[in-house]
Write a protein of this length. Structure first.
Length: 203
């Protein structure tokens, strides 16, 4: 078994750009500048080539799902494109296969809706974009929806809230796989300050 940690970041049509690019920056900075053992971050798509994000940015998948190397982690972004993926039986079966093979599945924003559609969040704690929490519960009522959390780590599945929360989740993944010092060095290197918790406005 390779001692390289291989992380795939999924690309698809109408992906939310920051859902993908935020974790890519965190994980790529860690891999290039901080990690004490080999880490590779790969852009994976249904096929090799360019996809268009929801804001029109062209993004290049260098590896197709069919011939990508074994993944230790898959980051599954959200975006408008998840609506089609949640009904794509081939994609859902691929996610189930990765899960069975021991790949850690880490979703950003509405990426968790696709994991739920694949049946992978049944009976588990999870979160998603705040505007889609009800939809997550509707897809699978057994999900323990964690409304206030920026991310939820449930072992082999990690979910995060909307868009920018993917950065927080990616830093958590660095902590998990590389340690707290590596995570702090990565955070400082990209000059990212985590948002302050929202104060309770109740009486």
């Amino acid at each position: 078994m390779s001692d390289t940690l291989t992380i795939g970041v999924l690309l698809f049509e109408d992906v939310e750009e920051l859902d993908m690019v935020g974790p890519w920056e965190v994980l790529g900075f860690w891999a290039a500048h901080i990690a004490s053992s080999p880490v590779q971050v790969l852009a994976v798509g249904s096929e090799v080539g360019v996809v268009r994000g929801s804001k029109g940015l062209g993004l290049v998948a260098d590896h197709a799902v069919a011939d990508a190397p074994p993944l230790d982690v898959l980051v599954h972004p959200g975006g408008n494109g998840t609506r089609a993926l949640a009904k794509d039986t081939v994609h859902l079966e691929w996610l189930r296969h990765l899960h069975e093979q021991g790949t850690v599945l880490a979703s950003v924003c509405t990426g968790s809706l696709v994991l739920a559609a694949a049946g992978l969040l049944a009976g588990r704690p999870a979160t998603t974009h705040r505007d889609y929490l009800d939809k997550l519960a509707k897809i699978d009522p057994s999900v323990d929806v964690r409304t206030p959390d920026r991310y939820v780590d449930d072992g082999d599945i990690v979910t995060s809230a909307g868009v920018s929360a993917g950065i927080d989740m990616a830093l958590h993944l660095v902590t998990r796989f590389g340690g707290s010092e590596a995570s702090e060095l990565t955070r400082a290197g990209i000059q990212y300050e985590a948002p302050e918790p929202v104060a309770d406005s109740g009486a």
